[in-house]
Design a protein around this ligand. Sequence first.
Ligand code: MG
Length: 222
Amino acid sequence: MSSADTPTVFLDLDDTICEHPRSTADRLADAFDAAGVEPFFGVSDFRRWLARVTADSAVELREKCFTGIADEQGRESADALAVARAYEDPDPTEVRFLPGAEAALDALGADHDLALVTNGDRETQRAKLAALDIADRFAAATFAGSTGVVKPDPDPFHRTLSALDCSADEAVHVGNSLRSDVAGAQAAGVEAVWLARVEEDADHVPEYRIDSMHDLHAPPWA
Ligand SMILES: [Mg+2]
């Protein structure tokens, strides 16, 4: 970044600023249980398929992912559909801050413009922002899930830059996913800070790495 002192800070929302108390793995286990199906795949398979498919609803998205996984394993799609329909969507109003995230927004927001770049849909993500009472922290917000063009496509980053009349070298993006946040930001020419809570098997190399949101109180790019 050229103006390294006070870049505009883009942030991912899910698993960067906030998380659900009940994990995706827990909800998937519940869904297998409720559907009466012996678990035949895990969260990593689900995430791998989420990156490949698009759909008009969360249920349809899960149906496509789970039947895709079943097909890979030579299984009937009926079990996959039963699990997809039994899976309960998390309540967006029940999110909580990741450790250090609220204080990081306070510290960064004091001398940086902040923007949100999230893959979720507008309605769900706005409910989370309202529950956390942080909607007014962001000078711009891009809800990529509402347009169908999601990170790692550079489009959500380009749209956020243009909303703020900001150039790529005046911004830095913070997110928890190497595949969507780091790769997407870099594809738009924006440097990336990877929040490395869970090791990820991906080749993308972030410009900066932090282990918790507490680390943002003294920004790594400063
Ligand atoms: Mg995330």
